[in-house]
Design a binder for this molecule. Sequence first.
Ligand code: AMP
Length: 254
Amino acid sequence: MTQVIREVPEMVRWSTETLGQNRSLGFIPTMGALHAGHRSLIEKARRENDRVAVSLFVNPTQYDDPTDLEAYPRTFEADMEMMQNAGVDILLFPEYRDLYPDDYRYRVTESPVSEELEGAHRNGHFDGVLTVVLKLLCIVRPTRAYFGEKDWQQYVLVRDMAAAFFLQTEIVPCPVIRESDGLAMSSRNVHLTVEERRLAPEFHRILSCGESPQILRRRLGERGFEVEYVERRDDRILGAVRVGKVRLIDNVSD
Ligand code: AMP
């Protein structure tokens, strides 16, 4: 049975009790509209920990576009069913005012990684992400927290934040889960029209073809994507494109 906790003090009490009993705790922060990508994180957490907690919070501070925030899919009933089936013990489902008693006066800012790639196209995005993740990790104090490599830059920034602030949580990366045609699963994919959905897997296919970022940008543009960026970082090629109104991000190892 997945127990829903809405209040921060109740979550703190539950975690304190669980950790006090020497039980390990796996944690997956999400914005809901759960799919097989999220499920893979939950299943990994289930295998590696005695207890599993998920949070569901559509975090307004990481959005610079209010219509994007408004349009974010909300599917609470289906999310609950999936969490029950996957053996999630606790769902933390807080309200903005409880998570942000300071109304976002305090925030985590990183430089320079958060200013490039996603950060260059989404103003203040990583301040919002890092701030909410730090808040959640302080409340839940998990043994391990699970992040998808689909959001590679986010994973790197969270991992390095945990090291910078001596957080006692292990940050665990999880591989990208894809549709059978290669499209990375994302809550936003439901907004693709039939025609856009047919084009979307070409993004991953072209990113994976082993060419330089410059050639990839050109090929994606020719194929009909509006390219925001394609860049190489370490051993990865990272990209973001728009198909109609939908923004897709992906990354592949080089
Ligand atoms: P979100 O609800 O989009 O904030 O995602 C919650 C977590 O699930 C993040 O760590 C994401 O990186 C991860 N995630 C989302 N989609 C996928 C996917 N297709 N494969 C692996 N992880 C994912």
